[in-house]
Design a protein around this ligand. Structure first.
Ligand code: PEP
Ligand code: MN
Length: 351
């Protein structure tokens, strides 16, 4: 619930209320609202209900937040931007739509370098590439692991592109920290709650992908697992859900993009590659995602898709990616956005 104190209340009165709520087992966050002090109070729903019946000072307003993902609701934060600090800061959730692109898996330094150079040139601000790959078959290529992290770090230094790569296990976090700007949680791990808790404790942005059969509410509750541990820098990602269709790999839930934009302050990415499962459909899904209001796209690009060790069928060539970026710009403009294709100037680092 939101508790707005009377305009004349003092800091000491606000602190006293917070202590009282704390004693009831609840947590509070002060929201920066101009003029009046507003507290976001959350925790066990029964305790929140009991606290809502407290005899508050006259003039206090109490507004219930019915959603179970309190910290992820729009009321919980004034804006939606997540700042990816470096190597070149990237703002996600502002007016500009951010593009992340690169291979499904890091297969070696030359291919990673070539892909990064091409996607950066075309306008991507972030380089994707899996080091640890969740694969349905235990016999499929499962990534180069720590060797790939070194390669991502190297290309990150060379190009200034921020690196987003998947973390499958909390034990991988330490090795990833020096090389990775955004920790991707894959669809298969969306409800790996111990991993989410660990990511809540680090101060690095997280790209949380929706599970193939997860509801929007379950996605938001998974985000709440991270945010409630203290890491507010969560970007959600719609990547298609499992439905009856077989022509596409998954079914891109465009409605979820629109719904998330209404429901949460967290930025929303779309992954048209894993939704489509085939390169020829990726541009149409990417355009639809931008039209629906996404804050960014994550797209698989490989210098030679036919030879890719994973997800070649859905990977764009660098040329097709550049052509898609040209197509995206007018659609972004039509919905009052633009593409973040300019290399960002360094801005103040936000933890
Ligand atoms: C990926 O991004 O390569 C990936 C495995 O995605 P998802 O978790 O959405 O299947
Ligand atoms: Mn992939």
């Amino acid at each position: 619930m939101l508790i707005t104190l009377p305009s004349a209340s003092t800091e000491a009165e606000c602190d006293a209320l917070r202590e009282r709520l704390d004693a009831m087992g609840l947590q509070t966050r002060a929201l920066c609202a101009p003029g009046r002090q507003t507290l976001l109070c959350y925790g066990d729903p029964q305790a929140v209900k009991r606290a809502s019946l407290l005899p508050f000072a006259p003039g206090t307003t109490v507004t219930p937040i019915p959603q179970p993902y309190v910290l992820c609701t729009r009321q919980a934060a004034p804006g939606r931007a997540v700042i990816i600090p470096g190597p070149t800061p990237v703002v996600v959730g502002g007016r500009e739509i951010v593009l992340a692109a690169g291979p499904c898996s890091v297969e070696g330094l030359p291919m990673l370098r070539a892909t990064a150079a091409a996607v950066g040139q075309a306008g991507a601000a972030m380089l994707r590439g899996g080091a640890f790959k969740p694969r349905t078959s235990p016999y499929a290529f499962s990534g180069l692991g720590e060797e790939a992290l070194e390669m991502l770090g190297e290309v990150r230094r060379e190009t200034g592109l921020a690196v987003v790569t998947e973390v499958m296990d909390a034990r991988q976090i330490e090795a990833m920290i020096p090389h990775v700007d955004v920790f991707q949680v894959g669809a298969r791990n969306m409800q790996n709650f111990s991993l989410l808790a660990e990511l809540g404790r680090i101060r690095r942005p997280v790209l949380l992908k929706r599970g193939a059969s997860a509801t929007v509410e379950e996605l938001l509750l998974s985000a709440e697992h991270i945010v409630s541990r203290g890491n507010d820098a969560v970007i959600l990602c719609e990547r298609g859900v499992r439905a009856h269709e077989t022509l596409t790999r998954n079914t891109l839930d465009i409605g979820a993009v629109a719904a998330l934009k209404k429901e949460t302050h967290l930025p929303v990415f779309v992954d048209p590659s894993h939704a489509a499962g085939r390169a020829d459909l990726v541009p149409a899904l990417a355009l639809a995602a931008v039209a629906a209001g996404c804050d960014g796209l994550i797209i698989e690009v490989h210098p030679s898709p036919a030879d890719a060790l994973s997800d070649g069928d859905q990977s764009l060539t660098p040329e097709a990616f550049a052509a898609l970026v040209d197509q995206l710009a007018p659609v972004a403009a039509a919905v009052g956005r633009s593409l973040a294709t300019q290399v960002a100037q360094p801005v103040a680092r936000v933890a």
